[in-house]
Ligand binder design. Structure first.
Ligand code: PLP
Length: 396
């Protein structure tokens, strides 16, 4: 007999992990698999950060639930340096991945959760696990999958005094798109008017291909929580370290989250936190590493985009991160003739027939019939490519 909480009944494992397992199974049969499914950084951890982890392997004590003081200070200083937002160590919460922090935020917050689609695969399942309803906002391909201020205004005006959190993720997973400063100003204006809390998921901020990330916290500092971590720009997803930075007026959320953290994961791995101080402090070596990563991703993103465009698929040009979100609808007739009516069917057939692993758009909150999919252009030896890139003259 199975006794499961109703909220988790029927929930499968994260779509990303499933495609990874299927790809691994095919590879085990000797098939070549193009691993464009899993969104994992292809690059190694920067040398100085890895060295710091080794030097701190002996750190074995529990750390404060909110995080190591020096790390909280380094994260606050990082946001001050990169975005000019006024934050101090007390405003920062460290967790074992930003994913875990988001889950706890969803758990402690009372109010609506607004998610634009396409959106990262885990926001919605986290809400389901907790039994929380989601207010979806469907963005459009014609707007490069960006949320428009008027769309947010329309939603908020339905019930102006309702408490809400809006998740904004840029550079975006799965679309590779981001927002300009003006667009963020427009969204900030509406958010301020309706006192919407913004969870600004900036985990890809350092992977803006041109390095010009602008945070919405610049325009709405009092209502923005900035989410970041080591997973993407530092190539350290498996280390598990995420950070949230809160404005003063939202410390009640930080405190409630710390209570839940203290009763669940206790604190984030100690050696990882010591190493993360080095990452957030930055410096020349890390800046060079990031510049090379951006150059490689920009070249790959452009190349893949061009190939998709030539194949007649609708795909906005990527500006950051390592994803593209092609819409196969222009090829719908040909696909339907082959019995392919949905995005999951499309991805299954692609994997079986060509060895290309993509994730269906439906995993990102899009309708199954849309025939959209995410391509993560990370199937290459990042360490080798970075070494080659750094041997080339700069500025090429
Ligand atoms: N947010 C987005 C948009 C992501 O793509 C990911 C990882 O795939 C995360 C958050 C979670 O990152 P972390 O490793 O910090 O939990």
């Amino acid at each position: 007999e199975i006794h499961l909480n109703l909220n988790v009944r029927g929930l499968g494992q994260s779509a990303t992990l499933v495609i990874n397992e299927r790809s691994a199974a095919l590879a085990a049969q000797g098939r070549h698999v193009y691993r464009f499914g899993l969104g994992q950084s292809p690059f190694p951890v920067p040398g100085p950060v890895e060295a710091e982890l080794k030097a701190n392997a002996h750190q074995k004590d529990y750390l404060p639930v909110e995080g190591l003081r020096n790390l909280r200070e380094a994260v606050a200083e990082y946001h001050r340096r990169s975005q000019g937002v006024e934050l101090s160590a007390e405003d920062v919460l460290i967790g074992p991945g930003s994913k875990e922090l988001m889950f706890i935020l969803q758990l402690v917050y009372y109010g609506d959760l607004v998610i634009p689609t396409p959106s990262w695969v885990s926001y919605a399942p986290q809400a389901h696990i907790i039994g929380r309803q989601i207010r979806w906002v469907q963005t459009r391909y014609e707007n490069d999958w960006r949320l428009l201020p008027e769309e947010l205004e329309k939603l908020c005006a339905e019930d102006p005094s309702r408490p809400r959190i809006l998740i904004l993720n840029y550079p975006n997973n799965p679309t590779g798109e981001s927002y300009t400063a003006d667009e963020l100003r427009g969204l900030a204006r509406v958010a301020r008017k309706y006192r919407v809390v913004l969870l600004s998921d900036e985990i890809y901020s350092e992977l803006h291909h041109r390095g010009q990330h602008v945070s919405v916290a610049r325009f709405y500092p009092e209502g923005t929580i900035i989410s970041s971590g080591l997973s993407k720009w530092c190539g350290a997803g498996g280390w598990r370290l995420g950070t949230f930075a809160f404005p003063r007026g939202l410390h009640w959320l930080l405190e409630a989250m710390a209570v839940v953290a203290s009763e669940t994961y206790t604190s984030t791995s100690s050696p990882i936190q010591y190493a993360a101080v080095r990452a957030f402090q930055g410096g020349l070596e890390i800046e060079q590493y990031l510049q090379q990563s951006r150059r490689v991703l920009q070249a790959l993103g452009r190349y893949c985009w061009r190939r998709l465009d030539q194949a007649g698929l609708s795909t906005p040009r990527p500006v950051g991160g390592f994803y593209l979100f092609p819409d196969f609808s222009p090829q719908r007739e040909r696909l339907v003739a082959r019995g392919i009516h949905t995005a999951p069917a499309l991805c299954n057939r692609l994997l079986q027939e060509t060895g290309v692993a993509l994730l269906p758009g439906s995993a990102f909150g899009r309708p199954e019939a849309e025939l959209s999919a995410r391509l993560a252009y990370v199937d290459f030896d990042g360490a080798r490519v970075l070494t080659a890139a750094s041997a080339e003259p700069a500025g090429k």
